[in-house]
Design a protein around this ligand. Structure first.
Ligand SMILES: [Zn+2]
Length: 176
């Protein structure tokens, strides 16, 4: 976490921050931010993940209860967010053009098969080159400017490092 500046708990607290970072490793050796309760965030993440694994049923029930409680929020979000709106418009446009049809089981099967194929290909590439590849959305799904769709016309295999670099530098021209 090189981008995190060293800041003591006291300083962070004075600034009203929720985390601090001393650069000192935790007892498990993570050099990571700490919460105001002095908990290493990597340890917390691992602990939470373990809890979710060990308590899968309770976790599922909890998630469902959470969604139930906030149902209206999710409904509104999906209906009114600009991102969801942009995705909907693109989906309608592509569906009209006949390139995308999520109601067609054959299309969805093809979509799934392509993803499986690309993932296998990514593994093959990695064996050949020693570089990790992953499936990339050419027009990103999550981006402040554009909204891509999850279908095979929008997928490509690129090295993972490039994919990470690409994030946040997309332009409007690319989305057109
Ligand atoms: Zn730790």
């Amino acid at each position: 976490m090189l981008h995190v500046h060293i800041i003591s708990r006291k300083q962070a607290k004075a600034l009203g921050m929720k985390r601090y970072f001393t650069g000192e490793p935790c007892p498990k050796g993570h050099v990571c931010e700490r919460s105001m309760w002095r908990e290493c965030l990597q340890c917390k993440y691992e602990k939470d993940r373990k809890w979710k694994r060990d308590n899968a049923d309770r976790n599922k029930a909890y998630q469902q209860a959470y969604q139930e409680r906030n149902r209206q929020y999710f409904v509104d979000y999906n209906r009114f967010s600009p991102r969801a709106d942009a995705a909907r418009k693109r989906r309608v446009k592509l569906t009209k053009a006949g390139t995308l049809n999520i109601d067609d089981p054959l299309f969805m099967a093809r979509n799934k098969a392509r993803m499986k194929h690309l993932r296998q290909l990514a593994k093959q590439y990695e064996e050949w080159t020693g570089i990790k590849f992953e499936v990339d959305h050419i027009v990103p799904i999550i981006d402040p400017n554009v909204c891509g769709l999850h279908w095979y016309g929008n997928w490509q295999l690129i090295p993972m490092k490039l994919n990470r670099l690409k994030r946040g530098v997309i332009t409007h021209e690319l989305a057109a």
